[in-house]
Design a protein around this ligand. Structure first.
Ligand SMILES: [Zn+2]
Length: 348
């Protein structure tokens, strides 16, 4: 019998979506402390487009396979793995940490000296099989679909840490969420509502406004129709909001500072429009703003988020599902920014 293989969608060189190709590779064996997952669904993130395009500090072993958000069945156990069984339905925490450094010992895994993300720093789940650390795996309820489970981790974890852990969002506060159709934003609207906050959202079409309201946004503005920062200012009785969730960067930073109320917080987790914004330091000291950075999440935040999802208090937002054969179309939908919520690839 020949060596077992897997089908995957991956790339040998960085570039545009046309660099993605269908691959047939040897199936990996789980090492000590690892499990082999038979992937059933993988959700895409903008991270996948950036990794495909190439990130300056990221040196990858080629071919690389993306895909950070993985749900599937356990297909093999490495030595020393306890408490998990072959055939179990699981969802995967995409955050990699060493468990050993000073940050990890403090429970601050996302500051780990060896921090990484599955699908970015190592091969991900856009494949029939992937090997992951056993401690990243969480069993999922039988009544939850693989597609819904895969749509959760990266965006909900990012939004949860940004709003709750870093932003310290409190009941009765107001929060402004930019780019409300993105994966993190559609998670953030729900988390902010669950936390008892009033949600202001910025989006870019009547259809997306309707969807943001359906998720729980109290007030929505179409940035293509009016100046969103002025609209927020007016909608808050010229006060501004307590917390601005920022991921756009250069294009919005100045207006985000303007939209925060006195004593407010800006929590930043991305810079999709560029990392070097125009800023006005006077807004920061006059209004006594606090600027907080955040990235990914810790293991305990993964537990908190997934338990709220299993209880139905947070709901994954699936925009579209593509079979693996149409993976290029899935990547293109994400790149075009047409989606509301997660683009998911169903495997097998
Ligand atoms: Zn560590």
């Amino acid at each position: 019998m020949g060596r077992q293989t897997l089908k995957a969608i991956g790339f040998y060189e960085h570039g545009d979506i046309d660099k993605l190709q269908f691959l047939e590779l040897p199936r990996p064996e789980p090492a000590r402390g690892e499990v082999l997952i038979n992937v059933k669904a993988v959700a895409l993130n903008h991270l996948d487009l950036w990794v495909l395009g190439g990130l300056p500090a990221l040196k990858l072993e080629m071919p690389h396979i993306g895909g950070s958000d993985i749900a599937g069945l356990i297909a093999g156990l490495g030595d020393g793995v306890v408490g998990l069984q072959v055939g179990q339905r699981v969802v995967v925490n995409p955050t990699l940490s060493c468990g050993n450094c000073a940050w990890c010992r403090r429970g601050e895994d996302s500051l780990c000296d060896e921090f990484g993300v599955i699908g970015e720093h190592c091969r991900g789940g856009a494949a029939e099989y992937v090997v992951v650390p056993a401690r990243n795996v969480m069993p999922m309820p039988d009544d939850f679909s693989f597609i819904e489970a895969a749509a959760v981790p990266l965006v909900f974890l990012t939004a949860w840490r940004a709003l709750i852990t870093r932003g310290q969002l409190r009941p009765g506060e107001s929060v402004l969420i930019l780019g409300a159709s993105g994966g993190v934003a559609s998670a953030a609207i729900q988390i902010a509502r669950l936390a008892g906050a009033t949600v202001y959202a910025v989006t870019s079409s009547p259809d997306k406004m309707e969807k943001a309201r359906a998720l729980g946004a109290d007030w929505v503005v179409d940035r293509t129709q009016e100046n969103w920062s002025s609209a927020v200012y007016n909608a808050t009785n010229r006060q501004g909001v307590d917390l601005v969730l920022e991921n756009v960067g250069a294009a919005t930073w100045f207006d985000s500072l303007r939209s925060a109320r006195k004593g407010g917080r800006i929590v930043t987790y991305g810079a999709t429009s560029g990392p070097r914004p125009q800023t006005d330091i006077r807004y920061i000291f006059w209004k006594q703003l606090t600027i907080l950075g955040t990235t990914m999440s810790t293991r305990s935040e993964f537990d908190d988020v997934m338990n709220l999802v299993w209880q139905g208090k947070l709901k994954p937002v699936v925009d579209s599902v593509f079979p693996m054969e149409e993976a290029h179309a899935a990547y293109r939908r994400l790149q075009a920014g047409e989606q509301f919520g997660k683009v998911v690839i169903e495997i097998g």
